[in-house]
Design a protein around this ligand. Structure first.
Ligand code: ATP
Length: 122
């Protein structure tokens, strides 16, 4: 009989798997690499312009939203390719909708960036 692992060991393992997934995403996805670069740039900009705590919170939220939707988009693409490797109209729609979610997050993240930085630059 298999020994039942404690709740804590299970949670730690889950964090490990999630970390592995995030690392895989950063290593394999070109768009996430670009997003990591943008994250570094806006973090430097945040310190440079000495943005407020609320602005930091909004910036972190925008970054997290874009990266999280990108991760979900990648997972959906992988599932779609796995279950139906051939070309299919429905797969196309599924992938387009998933990509659309990333676009929406990125669009509003850009607006947040504009609201924070444009008044400081102009
Ligand atoms: N199996 C398929 N059947 C129908 N259309 C597809 C299929 N695979 C891809 N497409 C179309 O091509 C587009 C790009 O798909 P792809 O899987 O190459 O994603 P991508 O945007 O290049 O992914 P990445 O996030 O890795 O850059 C999809 O949004 C969809 O419109």
């Amino acid at each position: 009989m298999q020994k039942k692992e404690s709740f804590l060991v299970n949670r730690l393992k889950s964090i490990g798997y999630a970390f592995k997934g995030a690392l895989y995403l950063i290593k394999t996805e070109a768009s996430i690499k670009i997003q990591v670069c943008i994250t570094l740039m806006v973090t430097i900009a945040g310190f440079f312009f000495n943005i407020s705590a609320t602005e930091w919170a909004l910036q972190c939220f925008a970054i997290a939203l874009v990266m999280a939707t990108e991760g979900v988009n990648t997972a959906i693409e992988a599932v779609a390719d796995f279950i139906h490797p051939e070309h299919h109209q429905k797969i196309g729609i599924i992938k387009d909708v998933a990509a659309g979610a990333v676009f929406i997050a990125a669009f509003f993240a850009t607006i947040i960036g504009g609201i924070i930085y444009l008044p400081k630059i102009l």
